[in-house]
Structure formats: structure tokens, C-alpha cells
Design a protein around this ligand. Structure first.
Ligand code: MSP
Length: 481
């Protein structure tokens, strides 16, 4: 039987600095989905990468005093190693300075040109390097970019323009026919209203820049970094296109839900199936951003609390899609209450019981298919991660209560056979664990349950369900899935 495919992407990140928690957020979300789809037997392609042909790269390299090529190599390596340390299971990592990317950008630019959708014109206006975007006077707050608090550059250039306005009607039709094209719903409405308000053609080359991909029809120009960056979703592996899901932040929604589909229609490609725009983390109500200098390093938190505690906290606090505030006090609170005392305690208890009853948990082959609880499945597939965690938590609490009520440790002393048959059968299927790897999730209770850990060997997988299929005997082998 043909496997169902699932192609999920994160934005490709600018390399003017190392990853912060906002970047980790989208990447963890894509990772949760990639792991989940692998677990249910889908053929997954999970793509992330770095957006390198940006003016931000030029400025950051200059600031570091390094040659720009050396700088990009170093930063791209840092991004990749960060994802590795955070347990991200991406299948590919695209860099926009790679030849595979450049070739496809040129090809698509030429296709759009041949289709009559490019023309040369004069651009005069404001440009914010922080956004890598053209701004209007109305966008500014007392003359400054409201997000980056910087004065945009005033530029006058001869550029190539893309006929975005030509695609207004086609885009509207696509939105009307595909109400799930953009999620959550309020974001869909926001983009729809934007399209309805009238689309203007956009400049897609820069005359005064040197760093970037030269326009194939006019090497005096480089291709606008957004036009180049969006193409990464295909250039990484054209055979995987179209993407099933682009996960992005709400600030880059118009690029993905308006410009990108128009480019694809013009160049003759299929459109992505769905775009999901998540919200922003703030610190004291302010956006976390490299430009504002208030970033939080996800690796520091992971070192202190473990990767899974970080993942858990990010998705437990507020629904994916909404904004939320980050606080270390809250992280500590949640860690102690839910993970160390709640889940950690339960695992330690079950592990101890397993040890006494001599039950072993072998690692299930990673390619085996899992059947999840339906409600949980609906929650994860709709990116309702908070809801999925709540479902897991209900089961965890029930398992804890059941252990308290049935006191299997007493029965084990009297009749181990009966204890295993009666009690474990009730308790164990209720234990629905959330983990990406047992090592990191169980770090907090490692010393408490060292022996138990060896028995409770959970396989990798973000949300892991423990269940057994056959009747148990004291020396039977439990399967974790
Ligand atoms: N390079 C572009 C994306 C090109 S995709 C073809 C870009 N890069 S970025 O590094 O500035 O941002 C990448 C993602 O991080 C965006 O989706 C953005 O929304 C997200 N975040 C940046 N700061 C964030 C928070 N404080 N909170 C949550 N996510 C935020 O844009």
C-alpha cells in the first residue's frame, strides 16, 4: 500500500544571529507533527533551513569582522547544531546559498518572466532591513518601524516588479474554495480582507545590493530576498512538492499566503495545502527579537531543564496560534508541578512496580505503526497541541489515581501473578506519555528511578503512548508504542 505523504516546513531563518526561543517554537511544532506522522506510518519530509541572501547577513558579517562566506558557514553550522541538540528530526536542511537553491530560483524567475509577469519600473519608498520588506508611511510609528524601532531606508531604484495585482482574482477564488488554506480562522480572514482590499505589484529585485542571487535576465540586479527565500520549499527537493503544511509566524503571513501562491501560479506549480500562522512569544509584552536584543537562548533552558521540559512548556502554556508571555518563574513552576512531581512521579511509581514484578519494556521498532486515541489524533492533526497535552494529562492523572486506589504494591507482595494480571492491565494502558526521548524527559527523575528507567525504555517520539496488546504474565514483555 502506498504510504500517505506528509511534507512539513518551518520558515527558513535569517542568520544574523543564533536561534532564539521564538525560532525554536515553530521548529518544535513542525517536529511534533513530523514525529507524529512518522508514528502513524506516513512518509514524512520535514524541512528547515537558513535564509542567507539577506542584507542582515551582510550587516552581521561586517559587524563580526569576518568574511561573509566564512560568516555564513559558521552561522549555518550553528543553526544546524542547535536543532540537533534540541532533538529536531528534520529530514533536510536547506541553505539559500546552496547551488540546488540558486538554480531553481533562477529557473522560477525565468518562468515568471516568460509568463509576462515581470516588468522594469522605478521603486521609490521605504525599506526596513529588519523586515527585509518595503514599508509604507502608514506602517511607521513616529517615523520608525514599529517592530524593529529603526528608521527605514529611503530608496530610489530601478527594479523588476512582479504583477501581483494580476493574481488577485485567482487568489480570492482559491481562498473561497479552500477555507482551510490558512489557519487559524482569524488569520484566514485577515489575509482574505487584505487581498480584497486590492493587491499592488511588488518589487522583486534590488539594484543597489551585491549579496544575493543575480537576476538571470539582468545581472546588475539581485533577486529580492523574499522572492528567493520562499522558493526554498521546492528547491530542497522538488519531488516532494507541494508542501502539506507551512508553519510560520503571523508576521510573515502575507509573504506566504499572498506573494508565494501568486509566484507559484505564475510559474505553474501547485499550491501548498495549508499555511498555519502561530503567535508570538513576548517578554513583558514585548516581541522577542534579535534586533531588540531581548532574546532567550533555547539551549540554555534545555541544558538546565532538559529538551522535553522546554518542549512541554512551550506548547502547554497557550494554544498554538495565540500570543503568550514567557517567564522563567512560570517555567520553573510548571516544571516542578507537572513534570517532576506529576509525570515524573508517576513514571517512577510504575517503574518501581515493573521492577518488582520483573516486567520488561523492549524498544519497539521505530517503523511500526501506532494507533492513537481519536481525540488526541484530531487535536495533534489540527495543531491543537495544548489540547493534546491536556488529554495526555487527564490520562496521567487517572493512572495516578488508579495506582493510589488499587495499591498494586500491596498485592505484589501477596500474589504477584494476580497483581500483574489485574492491576497492570488497568493501569498501564492509561499511561499516556509525552516525550521526545526518554533520556531527556526522564532526566529530572533519573536518580530516583535509575533502575526503573532501564525497564521503562521508551522509544523516540514526541507523544508516546504506552499500551500492551496481549494478556500479561509476571515475566511477559510489555510493548511501548
Ligand atoms: N527569513 C524569514 C523567513 C523566510 S521563510 C521563506 C524570516 N526569518 S526570521 O528568522 O526573522 O523569523 C523566522 C520565524 O521566527 C518567523 O516565522 C517569525 O514569526 C518567528 N519568530 C521570530 N520571533 C518570534 C517570537 N518572538 N515568537 C514566535 N515566533 C517568532 O522571517
Amino acid at each position: 500500500m502506498n504510504k500517505k505523504k506528509f511534507f512539513v516546513t518551518t520558515p527558513i531563518y535569517y542568520i544574523n544571529d543564533v536561534p532564539h526561543i521564538g525560532h525554536a517554537y515553530a521548529t518544535f511544532a513542525a517536529d511534533i507533527l513530523a514525529r507524529y506522522h512518522r508514528q502513524i506510518g506516513d512518509e514524512v519530509f520535514f524541512l528547515t533551513g537558513t535564509d542567507e541572501n539577506s542584507q542582515k547577513t551582510v550587516q552581521a558579517a561586517r559587524k563580526s569582522g569576518k568574511d561573509i562566506v566564512v560568516y555564513t558557514e559558521e552561522l549555518a553550522t550553528k543553526w544546524q547544531s542547535t536543532w540537533k541538540r534540541l532533538g529536531i528530526s528534520n529530514d533536510d536542511f536547506i541553505r539559500t546559498t546552496q547551488q540546488r537553491h540558486k538554480s531553481l530560483v533562477e529557473e522560477i524567475f525565468e518562468k515568471i518572466d516568460k509568463n509576462g509577469d515581470l516588468y522594469k519600473g522605478k521603486y521609490e519608498g521605504l525599506y526596513c532591513v529588519g523586515h527585509e520588506a518595503f514599508l509604507k508611511e502608514d506602517d511607521l510609528d513616529e517615523g520608525l518601524c514599529p517592530d524593529h524601532k529603526t528608521k527605514p531606508d529611503h530608496i530610489t531604484e530601478q527594479n523588476y516588479f512582479f504583477k501581483l495585482s494580476k493574481y488577485q482574482k485567482t487568489l480570492l477564488e482559491h481562498f473561497e474554495k479552500n477555507p482551510d488554506f490558512v489557519k487559524p480562522r482569524e488569520r484566514y480572514n485577515e489575509v482574505l480582507n487584505f487581498i480584497k482590499s486590492g493587491l499592488q505589484d511588488i518589487s522583486v529585485t534590488r539594484e543597489t545590493q551585491k549579496w544575493g542571487i543575480p537576476a538571470p535576465n539582468d545581472p546588475t540586479q539581485v533577486i529580492y530576498v523574499w522572492f528567493d527565500a520562499l522558493i526554498n520549499y521546492i528547491s530542497a527537493n522538488p519531488s516532494k512538492w507541494p508542501a502539506d503544511l507551512h508553519i510560520i509566524g503571523k508576521d510573515i503571513l502575507r509573504f506566504h499566503a499572498v506573494i508565494w501562491p501568486a509566484m507559484l501560479i505564475s510559474a505553474g506549480y501547485e499550491l501548498p495545502k495549508e499555511i498555519f500562522a502561530h503567535g508570538f512569544f513576548t517578554i513583558n509584552g514585548q516581541k522577542i527579537s534579535k534586533s531588540l536584543g531581548n532574546t532567550i537562548d533555547p539551549l540554555k533552558i534545555a541544558d538546565e531543564y532538559g529538551v522535553d521540559a522546554l518542549r512541554y512548556f512551550l506548547f502547554k502554556e497557550f494554544p498554538f496560534g495565540n500570543d503568550g508571555d514567557f517567564s522563567f518563574d512560570r517555567l520553573k513552576e510548571v516544571y516542578n508541578a507537572d513534570l517532576a512531581n506529576g509525570l515524573g512521579n508517576l513514571v517512577a511509581r510504575v517503574a518501581k512496580l515493573c521492577e518488582t514484578a520483573n516486567l520488561r519494556f523492549p524498544i519497539r521498532p521505530t517503523n511500526s505503526k501506532i494507533v492513537f486515541d481519536k481525540k488526541y489524533q484530531i487535536a495533534v492533526e489540527n495543531l491543537k497541541f495544548q489540547e493534546a497535552l491536556n488529554l495526555i494529562w487527564q490520562k496521567t492523572t487517572k493512572a495516578d489515581q488508579l495506582i493510589d486506589k488499587t495499591k498494586p504494591w500491596e498485592l505484589i507482595k501477596k500474589d504477584i501473578h494476580k497483581a500483574v494480571l489485574d492491576r497492570f492491565e488497568q493501569i498501564e494502558p492509561k499511561v499516556l506519555f509525552c516525550a521526545s526521548s526518554y533520556r531527556s524527559l526522564w532526566q529530572s527523575i533519573h536518580s530516583m528511578a535509575q533502575r526503573g528507567l532501564q525497564l521503562l525504555r521508551l522509544p523516540c517520539g514526541t507523544f508516546v503512548r504506552c499500551h500492551h496488546s496481549s494478556r500479561l504474565s509476571p515475566d511477559s514483555v510489555l510493548c511501548t508504542s
